[in-house]
Ligand binder design. Structure first.
Ligand SMILES: Nc1nc2c(c(=O)[nH]1)N(C=O)[C@@H](CNc1ccc(C(=O)N[C@@H](CCC(=O)O)C(=O)O)cc1)CN2
Ligand SMILES: Nc1nc2c(ncn2[C@@H]2O[C@H](COP(=O)(O)OP(=O)(O)OP(=O)(O)O)[C@@H](O)[C@H]2O)c(=O)[nH]1
Ligand SMILES: [Mg+2]
Length: 468
């Protein structure tokens, strides 16, 4: 799939639906005959020209701006033609069809098929070509998709930072330092009798420590970026009637879930993404946890546990108006036991004491007490959730990153830690040291796409929208 093809592709580049302007974009080699057919003339490079877009009979489909970006100075690095027309879905479809038709005409009439196989582009194919032609690296290509998909201002700004190369630049800086260190070690391997002296003189240990420190800074910013992109899943759990649905509604600022005094009201999973300082939190309300003879409620409880098992954090609600009761406390500790059984290690469970406004006495000192009714404690909960998510404001701003990048950086970290151990024991294990450094470099290069499997690229680009 990732063979370096240059067969021409075409797509509507703008969103479907009506708009002031819509763009049909063609990329490939030698587009001149197509330009002549559709625009009726040749175009000055990179200059917008107002003209009629012609159908096969010479009539105008629309009047618009045509721009020719001759290779390699284009988005894809190939010849690109843009037809900027009026943004109606039918007009754009007509123009797209006209391009396909004009390419076929060109094949049959002059006997020298120059635009053989103009076809509609796959999702992400323009950007994939930009990557394959070295216009952008993989992290930048991902940033383009993330910029388009950004749902918060913070996410969009940090995607823009990644797209402009800030993230890739830091990866390159790390890589250069790593290459320098590898050269030292390789050189030492070639002259074993001098090894200890040589590595010491060059302060290999100091260099490695500096590299690890730099990596730590990049990891912090990438983790924050991944958080902005992906957010965390927060599941609200607890006994029936604890106030779970009321809390979801209070956090979301909307009446999303049904609230009633009847225990067992919620059965379906109700979820809403809220933002706290630009960090998306996917908040999930669930059915109250109890043994029930009602079949529908049983299904609801099973779904609740399904959600809990996939949570990044659990809000365990305790109803302050009832916590004093022995049966209530007993049921809560049973839920807590199940939680600790079912939750993966490290997933935090926050105790939340609900209905503070109606509480007969003060809440326990641990956890957060709040009232969905008055709003008391909601802000404290939001702050606590940000902490749990691991959000830290980073002064110079973060670059949007993906879980894939964070994982690759963790592997770099592991290889560098191993390398440090080998370096400490250098007389015996210089080969192992060299190998760990090589693996660390490969993991770094996966981020920018300079090392890695084709199927990874396929997965990344196929998730782009059509025409991108
Ligand atoms: N009309 C239009 N707007 C668009 C795009 C587009 O393709 N068409 N883009 C795309 O999706 C984005 C811009 N991306 C682009 C990236 C590179 C080049 C380009 O011509 N690069 C040349 C010249 C660079 C220069 O003059 O500095 C090159 O890289 O050699 C154009 C658009 C957003 N806006
Ligand atoms: N006084 C007071 N009542 C509350 C508060 N939050 C919820 N309630 C009441 O408690 C009852 C149950 O609220 P829900 O939000 O439906 O509780 P739930 O945990 O979703 O219940 P199930 O869906 O049955 O598991 C309703 O009558 C709410 O009005 C609160 O902060 N203060
Ligand atoms: Mg409910």
């Amino acid at each position: 799939m990732l063979a370096r093809t240059t067969d021409p592709i075409v797509a509507i580049a703008t969103a479907s639906g009506r708009g002031a302007v819509g763009i049909v974009r063609v990329s490939g080699a030698r587009l001149a005959p197509l330009i002549a057919a559709v625009c009726g003339r040749s175009l000055k490079p990179r200059e917008a020209t107002y003209l009629p877009f012609r159908d096969a009979g010479g009539g105008a489909i629309d009047h618009g701006l045509a721009i020719h970006f001759p290779a390699p100075h284009s988005y894809t690095g190939e010849d690109v033609l843009e037809l900027q027309a009026h943004g109606g879905p039918v007009v754009l479809q007509l123009l797209l069809a006209r391009c396909l038709e004009a390419a076929a005409e060109d094949d049959s009439t002059n006997g020298r098929p120059r635009l053989a196989g103009l076809r509609v582009a796959e999702p992400g194919e323009f950007s994939q070509r930009a990557f394959l032609n070295g216009k952008i690296d993989l992290a930048q290509a991902e940033a383009i998709a993330d910029l388009i998909d950004a749902s918060t201002e913070a996410a969009a700004r940090s995607a823009g930072r990644s797209l402009s190369g800030a993230f890739s630049q830091e990866i390159h800086t790390l890589r250069d330092a790593l290459i320098h260190l590898r050269m030292l070690v390789e050189a030492t391997l070639d002259f074993p009798e001098e090894e200890i002296d040589f590595l010491q003189k060059a302060d290999a240990e100091g260099q490695l420590a500096a590299l690890q420190a730099q990596l730590g800074a990049v990891q912090l910013r990438a983790r924050q970026g991944a958080l902005l992109r992906e957010g965390i899943k927060v599941v609200i759990a607890g006994q029936p009637n604890a106030g779970k649905s009321s809390l979801l509604n209070a956090l979301a600022g909307a009446e999303l879930a049904i609230v009633s005094p009847i225990p067992g009201t919620t059965r379906d999973v109700v979820s809403q993404t809220i933002q706290i300082h630009g960090v998306p939190l996917h908040v999930v309300d669930t059915a109250g946890l109890r043994d029930s003879t009602d079949l529908v409620e049983q299904i609801g409880v099973a779904r609740a546990w399904g959600q809990i098992e996939g949570a990044d954090a659990v809000l365990f609600l305790h109803d302050l108006t009832r916590v004093a009761g022995a049966d209530y406390a007993q049921a809560d500790s049973e839920i807590l036991r199940l939680l600790s059984e079912k939750l993966p290690a490290g997933v935090p469970v926050l105790d939340v004491w609900s209905k503070q406004d109606a509480a007969p006495s003060a809440a326990p000192a641990t956890g957060i007490s709040l009232s969905a009714r008055t709003g008391f404690g909601i802000e404290a909960l939001r702050q606590r959730l940000l902490e749990v998510a691991g959000w830290q404001a980073v002064p110079e701003g973060v670059y949007l990153a993906r879980a894939r990048h964070v994982q690759a950086l963790s592997r770099v970290e592991e290889h560098l830690a191993m390398a440090a151990e080998h370096l400490a024991a250098r007389a015996q294990s210089l080969d192992l040291l060299a190998e760990e450094l090589r693996l660390a470099q490969n993991a770094l290069n996966e981020i920018t796409g300079e090392f890695g499997a084709d199927d990874l690229l396929g997965v990344i680009f196929s998730r782009f929208c059509i025409g991108k």
